[in-house]
Ligand binder design. Structure first.
Ligand code: ADP
Ligand code: MG
Length: 263
């Protein structure tokens, strides 16, 4: 069936008021510890269809751990993570199905160096039996077009700039037709002149109605693209609000302190 972000129905979603949209991610009382290190406490977050949520906060706050709990790259210690109605913390939940709904892009792109750009983008749908080779190829070509890299289809990752590699990584994640995209500091390993081209691709996904959770240190971008901003520190969401609320009128002293250092 059609998926938000990948088809024209997404623009219809964007006309529905946020409060009336369905919940695609519901996190309840999430806690995560690594041994004695209690990294996340009492995290409650709901993300609506087509919503863009930016997570900001100091290093070590638990932002990456939180994102990794959303697609079960980490097991949660307690609480619930429900994605598209599937509770990831319940035994018997088909994780493969849930993970196919969620694309993730990391700081480091992890492209396969011995494969061409096109092969990198085609790989997962073919390997997981989601598309024939021909369909996967056609789709990969369309995705490379969408991220502005059609002419690099036959290049190897080593021949690309950092910004181009990250755009391939985004195309690769989109090849699984996710309806949710998670970005963890997707631009922080890039040279400054390459940040813009990657943000442009993310901005374009937002416009098309993709549901996204992005951890970012690009405050200007968070402000521009996010429907809601979460400020996380010490494993807790200290404050959340619209970009105007968080960036112009932060209430929590930790948010104020953090923003005074990064803005
Ligand atoms: P952020 O992304 O906000 O910088 P992280 O989620 O990466 O924060 O890290 C939060 C805390 O969790 C840190 O104290 C970090 O050392 C710890 N942590 C993260 N991943 C692991 C892991 N796999 N094993 C042990 N500790 C971890
Ligand atoms: Mg991190």
């Amino acid at each position: 069936e059609p998926r938000a972000g990948a088809d024209p129905s997404a623009t219809e979603t964007s006309r529905v008021p946020m409060a009336q949209r369905k919940d695609v991610i519901v996190v309840k009382d999430l806690a995560k510890s690594f041994g004695d290190n209690h990294v996340l406490h009492d995290v409650d977050v709901t993300v609506k269809e087509g919503e863009v949520v930016a997570i900001i906060g100091p290093s070590g706050a638990g932002k990456s751990t939180f994102l990794r709990c959303l697609n079960k790259l980490e097991d949660v210690t307690s609480g619930h993570v429900v994605v598209n109605g599937h509770d990831l913390t319940e035994k018997g939940t088909d994780l493969d199905t849930v993970r196919q709904d969620i694309g993730m892009v990391f700081q480091h792109f992890n492209l396969f160096p011995h494969m061409t750009v096109l092969q990198n983008v085609m790989l997962a749908p073919v390997q997981l039996g989601r598309a024939s080779k021909e369909d996967a190829r056609r789709q990969a070509e369309a995705l490379l077009e969408r991220v502005g890299l059609a002419e690099k289809a036959d290049a190897r990752p080593a021949e690309l700039s950092g910004g181009q590699k990250q755009r391939v990584a985004i195309a690769r994640a989109l090849a699984m037709k996710p309806d949710i995209m998670l970005f963890d500091e997707a631009t922080s390993a890039l040279d400054p002149e390459m940040v813009g081209e990657v943000l442009e691709v993310i901005r374009d996904l937002a416009r098309q109605g993709m549901t996204m959770v992005l951890v970012t240190h690009e405050m200007g971008f968070a402000r521009e693209v996010a429907d809601r901003v979460l400020f996380m520190a010490d494993g807790v969401i200290k404050e959340e609000g619209t970009p105007a609320e968080i960036f112009e009128r932060p209430r929590d002293p930790r948010t104020q302190d953090f923003l005074s250092k990064v803005l």
